[in-house]
Design a protein around this ligand. Structure first.
Ligand SMILES: [Cu+2]
Length: 272
């Protein structure tokens, strides 16, 4: 390099370059449109206040360029650091020397010299991609949904009372002087639930053509069972009085075929 510099002195032609071929520091302004060369041995510190200068830094020392006007092109080919401060902006810096190529502001540097002045590539973190986006593969499926296989069935309840006659409803007509007569009170029997004693008789007193008497459980009450069988009551569809003896204990249902659905039903309970 020393030799190169000396050869520069030897070649007077180098004087054609502005500010070139010097031993020692160089500090001179540069005018727009000029090609200003720093090819000496010392540092070269130059500026281009009007902008749009062209610099060639190929000396041994540092080359410091200030381009306040902007738009300068700086070729960094020397051995020292090549420092460009392009406050005016729009400068380019070609980095081909062996020193550091430093762009302090307003310029772009190409590859080549170590580009100490350029901020390291901004680390752009990988855009956050939420590859673990929550996918609820374990959505709750209630496989143990409660199925009440033990739904309460009151197996001890037994069927509903025969023709609705609960124990409390039975009218006791077992005494010797009791009438034991059943009449039609509107569309129901009275008493509809009557208790007698085995061997006693019951008498229905009504117009059977209007209230046909039928033994057994009415069609609306089949869930209540059948009552005691056989039932000594015989169907009546004519006449007005019917008497039948009950020799055996039991509950003997009967109903009016016309008005059974409306509640014209009854039971003769025969106690032992
Ligand atoms: Cu009837």
């Amino acid at each position: 390099m020393i030799r190169a510099s000396l050869s520069c002195f030897a070649l007077l032609g180098c004087a054609a370059a502005f500010g070139g071929c010097r031993i020692g520091n160089t500090s001179a302004g540069c005018t727009a449109g000029d090609v200003c060369v720093c090819d000496g041995i010392g540092n070269c510190d130059r500026d281009c206040p009007g902008g749009n200068c062209q610099f060639e830094c190929r000396g041994i020392g540092n080359c410091t360029i200030s381009c306040a006007g902007g738009g300068c092109d700086v070729a960094c080919m020397g051995t020292g650091n090549c420092i460009l401060d392009c406050s005016g902006g729009g400068c380019t810096q070609t980095c081909e020397g062996s020193g550091n190529c430093i762009c302090n502001s307003g310029c772009s540097s190409d590859a080549g010299m170590p580009d100490a002045g350029t901020a390291p590539d901004a680390v752009v973190p990988d855009a956050f991609v939420d590859i673990d986006a929550f996918v609820d593969t374990d959505a709750f499926v209630d496989t143990d949904a409660f199925v009440d296989t033990d739904a309460f069935v009151d197996t001890d309840a037994g069927p509903p009372p025969l023709h609705g006659c609960t124990d409390a409803m039975f009218v006791d007509q077992t005494a010797a002087g009791d009438a034991r007569t059943i009449t039609a009170a509107g569309f129901s029997y009275s008493p509809n639930c009557m208790t007698i004693t085995a061997g006693q008789s019951a008498t229905w007193s009504m117009t059977f053509a209007g209230h046909p008497l039928v033994p057994g459980v009415g069609p609306s009450h089949t869930a209540e069972g059948t009552g005691t069988l056989p039932n000594p009551i015989v169907a009546q569809s004519s006449g007005t009085t019917y008497t039948v003896a009950f020799p055996s204990p039991g509950d003997y249902p009967y109903y009016c075929s016309f008005h059974e659905a409306g509640g014209m039903v009854g039971v003769v309970r025969v106690l032992p």
